[in-house]
Write a protein that binds this ligand. Structure first.
Ligand SMILES: [Zn+2]
Length: 183
């Protein structure tokens, strides 16, 4: 993939006698540059990552590393896994608002100790694997956010969606949906 563009530009440069028309150059770049995917997320420590984390099928390792750090267990300061698929889903979800509002990640990866200390947390929660994120978006009602996530899960055929007071749980596990509205 990376070798193709210089070859094309080189061949055209030869054909044009060394001078490459600017319009042709722009068209060529547009045709060969893979589309980028973006994400803009914050956590409860006030940290923020807004980045292009993927170009075409290639994930940017540095961007993914920054996101892993953002999604870490904040109580224990421990980083866990962060499946690219989860980032992709969050990015697709966020795209609905044109990346104008950051996703607030209330809980990403959890250690066993943190998970056990949380009231109501599932003992085998997908947060333990780094497969889940509890999110909210300022200015978007959790119900609307939950419906958006649910719509994606219907489209993709997997993902857990949980609606809670003030936030939405989503994970990249099997397709499930639930609500928890304890007072
Ligand atoms: Zn959760």
């Amino acid at each position: 993939m990376t070798g193709r563009r210089p070859f094309l530009l080189g061949a055209a440069a030869v054909a044009a006698g060394g001078a490459l028309p600017a319009a042709w150059q722009r068209a060529s770049a547009a045709a060969t540059t893979p589309a980028e995917r973006w994400i803009w997320a914050k956590n409860h420590a006030g940290e923020e990552v807004a980045t292009a984390y993927r170009a075409g099928d290639a994930y940017h390792p540095q961007a993914v590393a920054r996101l892993r750090h953002l999604f870490r267990d904040l109580r224990e300061e421990v980083q866990g896994p962060l499946p690219p698929l989860l980032v992709d889903i969050l990015s697709v979800l966020q795209e609905q608002w044109g990346y104008t509002r950051p996703l607030l990640v209330g809980s990403g990866y959890r250690t066993l100790k943190t998970n056990m200390s949380l009231e109501g947390a599932a003992p085998a929660s997908f947060h333990l694997r780094g497969w889940a994120a509890d999110i909210s978006v300022k200015g978007i009602r959790p119900l609307d956010l939950g419906l958006s996530v649910w719509t994606l899960s219907q489209r993709f055929g997997f993902m857990g969606v949980g609606l809670y007071p003030g936030f939405v749980h989503l994970d990249v596990g099997p397709r499930r949906a639930w609500t928890r509205f304890a007072s």
